[in-house]
Design a protein around this ligand. Structure first.
Ligand SMILES: *Cc1c(COP(=O)(O)O)cnc(C)c1O
Length: 365
């Protein structure tokens, strides 16, 4: 199968799907990443054969040999996006083509085969279709989709694997903030880094997350919700959180986010907010922001709001910031008016209740 080919997924429906009553019970308070739908998509790759054996099937454990390459050298990448129930009964995705392209860039960096964009999109449409009853319709709910790919070849040699498995699973998610948007507190990690120049920081791979867990645990130990990473070379410039990009809003209305220097994950939410902020009349800048500058501008009052963003939490205001040298308030008011306005315009777009001039809403049915 090459780019442009239409790949059909053989559909093998679950023999004993969850009953409507049981499903309704699980959808009452799904939280995040704990409840899963009845089906999954699998697709195999082998050198010389290409992509093959696409299936929509009952969600089940994946048999795995203990010598599967991913278990030893972590050749694994993933994506995360949401399906939304629309007011008219349809289902939409938000910019899934951007996820498909990022999945290809991540594959390039991890020396894995590229999944054709159309196969990525078709796998999602197929799973959403068969598991459509699992999409929460409650306010703020969505079906979180998790495409991932790993080296499945049984081989302990150190080289790119010759066999891969692509899998797509889906997990109903409730509103990230139940009971109103709450600011998160950050711990500034000065002894750990998330990603180094030339490393895998711009790829969405599980290994980056493995490396972020100890610093995240350090943040929790400091009484904070999330870690914020500085650059690995000078330990001066703000990069991002473990899984969210960061934005600064100044008193003159300027909206700033750290420039993509190869060590920051290119968030689709980040890119969407840059566009929405520009359209709302804000001056928008991608540039380096040092931690010293952050503290100084927070102290002077020039910095008004700070927020983090990503698919899971959409937009999250940042409250207090702690570091080895003390604690300060990230910006001014929290949650700030610019933060909340950008959050609302993104949510309205994703839920299909706002005009969509850029064609970001992708209907699957
Ligand atoms: C996925 C991810 C983000 C957010 O990306 P979105 O496309 O906006 O969901 C930010 N940082 C890291 C490290 C990520 O893995």
């Amino acid at each position: 199968m090459s780019d442009g080919d239409i790949l059909a997924f053989d559909v093998h429906p679950h023999a004993h799907p969850t009953s409507p009553a049981e499903r309704a019970a699980r959808l009452v308070n799904p939280g995040f990443g704990k409840v899963f739908t009845d089906h999954m998509v699998t697709l195999r790759y082998a050198d010389g054969k290409g992509w093959h054996d696409g299936r929509v099937e009952a969600r089940a454990p994946i048999p795995m040999d203990p010598a599967s390459a991913v278990l030893h050298y972590a050749q694994e990448i993933f994506e995360g996006l949401k399906a939304y129930a629309l007011p008219d009964g349809g289902v939409s995705l938000f910019r899934p083509e951007a996820n498909a392209r990022r999945f290809q860039r991540s594959a390039d960096r991890l020396a894995m085969p590229r999944l054709p964009e159309q196969a990525f999109l078709d796998s999602i449409a197929a799973l959403v279709e068969i598991d459509r009853e699992w999409i929460p319709t409650a306010e703020g709910g969505s079906l979180y989709l998790r495409p991932f790919m790993f080296a499945s070849e049984v081989f302990l040699g150190v080289r790119p694997a010759q066999e891969y498995l692509y899998v797509l699973i889906a997990s109903p998610a409730g509103a990230y903030f139940s009971g109103g948007v709450k600011p998160v507190t950050l711990w500034v990690s000065e002894d750990y880094a998330r990603a180094a120049p030339g490393g895998t920081g711009a790829a969405k791979c599980g290994g980056n997350y493995a490396a972020s867990l100890a610093p995240q645990a350090a943040a929790i130990a400091q009484g904070c919700d999330q870690v914020v990473f500085l650059d690995a070379v000078e330990h001066r410039y703000v990069e991002e959180l473990g899984g969210m990009n960061v934005f600064f809003v100044y008193d003159d209305g300027t909206v700033v986010t750290p420039a993509l220097t190869g060590t920051i994950l290119e968030g689709i939410t980040r890119e969407s907010i840059l566009t929405l902020a520009r359209r709302a009349g804000h001056e928008v800048r991608e540039r380096q922001v040092s931690f010293d500058e952050w503290r100084a501008d927070a102290a002077s009052g020039r910095l008004r709001e700070v927020f983090a963003c990503g698919t899971a939490a959409v937009v999250t205001p940042i409250g207090a910031v702690k570091w080895a040298g003390g604690e300060f308030r990230a910006g001014g008011a929290e949650p700030g008016p610019v933060t909340m306005a950008l959050r609302q315009s993104l949510l309205d777009l994703q839920r299909g209740v706002a005009p969509d001039p850029d064609g970001w809403v992708y209907r699957v049915r």
